[in-house]
Design a protein around this ligand. Structure first.
Ligand SMILES: Cc1cc2nc3c(=O)[nH]c(=O)nc-3n(C[C@H](O)[C@H](O)[C@H](O)COP(=O)(O)OP(=O)(O)OC[C@H]3O[C@@H](n4cnc5c(N)ncnc54)[C@H](O)[C@@H]3O)c2cc1C
Length: 482
């Protein structure tokens, strides 16, 4: 309760231009003048900087969703891990909310805070070391930079998200799923060690066997328990090239059956799928698969496509370098930026659907889906195996195979964005009734009671971990869980 009062009275008095020297206990605001500092608690010496100018605050007041706006009172640009330790302790002492921000590519305010400070993790972006079996990186490193560095040594993390301009700390806080997840699980299932600043301001190293409770809580923990300042991520041998296969279907049952067959026999390294608009209207299903290889060995197309029911002649096969495959969204992103669509609101709908329900649920949505509903954003659908997921707070339906289903909407106006959020909410209620779960990157408003329902049997453990690692509830309030 003290924290809630503190947040309410934390005055919005941004100090323009001057260096911050303290936190005024009476007005609950940051102060710059030496005189004012006399009645203030001096901020600790920092290797980096604490900014309160309007431009710095505005830069972290929204995320990629552009639906929620929350302007913080300060932005910490840490110059060291110790800066985060000191400032989290400081925040705890004064009940100030704190949110780490990676690349800000959430869609519904997850990395935002309106009465507290944001930690801009992009200043902690060192790739510390690369060994054959693992890489040690700071939490603000972008996956794209890590991939370039490890590929130079013939190594690669086993799972990549579709878009790779995301921070390591950001995707490890949510899960990190991609076309290789049917074989290797999520990015959070491929971490060997973390260095975390907990909500108590303690710097703790953890692994699956040392401080395991913290390790298991933070991976997929939605920023609730600590700030990932360093991660040791698994590496495997990288191939030089990828051969990609696009296969079209008109029938959802044939499409999802083939997808499940492919993840069952594991013949491809990568399996995803999309629902794409047909030129003359309506929708079509498309498997996207890839096989990684290094010459002189090449994939056997006949064997890879054997027994599949795609529309005859629809297959499109191409060869690209492995890095271009990983970075395949770059041209699309450049185009979307050039027309301004990248900066519009993105009310994304992201859920997991039990395999037993996927044809009826998704087929039902597609029956009335229009391009106005998606804003011409992509619709993704692909299966993964639940058994590959090892972290307790990453919640998926209780079936052997579950489908990720995303309607990655773009809204032309804020009003349309609100309508799309309402549509997300309605679709979520339907999928939840079928045993579905949300993937917490999207724009689906949830009450605190519904978050408890989301975590289900893991909710007591989630609450316990919160009490243990962030007892004052200062971390990542933008998720809306506590
Ligand atoms: C174009 C696009 C494509 C995407 N494709 C995929 C995909 O294929 N697969 C997939 O799984 N996801 C995908 N995502 C979603 C993405 O993985 C998540 O939104 C992810 O959280 C974004 O990372 P970020 O660095 O931008 O995190 P942010 O949005 O900055 O933060 C996300 C959350 O994590 C917390 N956080 C950030 N850094 C840290 C840290 N170091 N320690 C603790 N907490 C932290 C924040 O406080 C916030 O709660 C995509 C997103 C976009 C915009």
């Amino acid at each position: 309760m003290a924290q809630a009062n503190g947040r309410r009275t934390f005055l919005k008095q941004a100090t323009l231009g001057a260096a911050i020297v303290g936190f005024d206990l009476a007005s609950r605001s940051w102060v710059s003048e030496a005189a004012a500092a006399e009645r203030a608690d001096a901020i600790p010496h920092l290797d980096g900087e604490l900014l309160t100018d309007a431009a710095s605050l505005a830069a972290v007041a929204e995320d990629y969703g552009h639906i929620v706006t929350r302007t913080p009172q300060a932005v910490l640009r840490p110059g060291s891990v110790q800066d985060i330790v000191k400032m989290v302790k400081f925040a705890r002492r004064h009940h100030i909310a704190v949110a780490a921000r990676g690349q800000g590519h959430s869609t519904y305010g997850q990395p935002l805070v309106d009465a507290g400070f944001v930690i801009d993790m992009s200043t902690l972006s060192q790739i510390c070391s690369i060994r054959p079996a693992y890489a040690v990186v700071e939490g603000g490193v972008r996956w794209i930079d890590l991939f370039q560095a490890t590929l130079a040594q013939g190594r690669i993390p086993p799972v990549a998200t579709d878009y790779i301009d995301l921070s390591v700390g950001g995707t490890l806080s949510v899960g990190g799923i991609g076309g290789a997840s049917h074989k290797h699980g999520l990015q959070i299932d491929n971490v060997l060690e973390l260095l975390v600043v907990t909500g108590e301001g303690k710097l703790v190293s953890c692994t699956p066997t040392r401080n395991a409770a913290l390790f298991n809580a933070v991976l997929g923990g939605l920023g609730q328990f600590g700030i990932i300042v360093r991660a040791t991520v698994k590496l495997v041998a990288a191939k030089a090239s990828a051969r990609t296969y696009l296969l079209s279907y008109d029938d959802i049952a044939l499409f999802t059956a083939d997808q499940q067959a492919l993840i069952g026999d594991g013949r491809f390294d990568y399996v995803e799928g999309q629902i794409v608009a047909k030129a003359g209207g309506g929708w079509q299903y498309m498997i996207e698969a890839a096989s990684f290889y290094s010459a002189p060995s090449t994939p056997n197309d006949t064997a890879l496509l054997a027994g599949l029911s795609f529309n005859p002649g629809s297959q499109a096969i191409a060869d690209v370098t492995y890095f271009d495959f990983l970075n395949r969204l770059a041209p699309t992103v450049a185009f979307l930026k050039s027309i301004g669509a990248w900066y519009l609101p993105h009310p994304w709908y992201d859920v997991f659907v039990p395999a037993s329900q996927v044809n009826a649920y998704v087929g039902g949505i597609v029956a009335s889906l229009t391009e106005a509903d998606t804003g011409q954003g992509p619709v993704l659908i692909y299966p993964v195996k639940r058994a590959k997921f090892t972290k307790p707070f990453f919640r998926v339906p209780n079936e052997e195979v579950v489908f990720l289903f995303d309607i990655l909407r773009t809204a032309a106006t804020p009003e349309i964005a609100q309508q799309m959020v309402a549509a997300n909410r309605a679709l979520y209620e339907q999928v939840r009734a079928l045993g579905g779960t949300r993937y917490a990157i999207g724009a689906i408003p949830l009450s605190q009671a519904e978050w408890a329902q989301h975590f289900g049997a893991a909710w007591p453990q989630f609450q316990q971990a919160k009490a243990m690692f962030d007892p004052d509830h200062i971390l990542s309030p933008g998720q809306g869980i506590f």
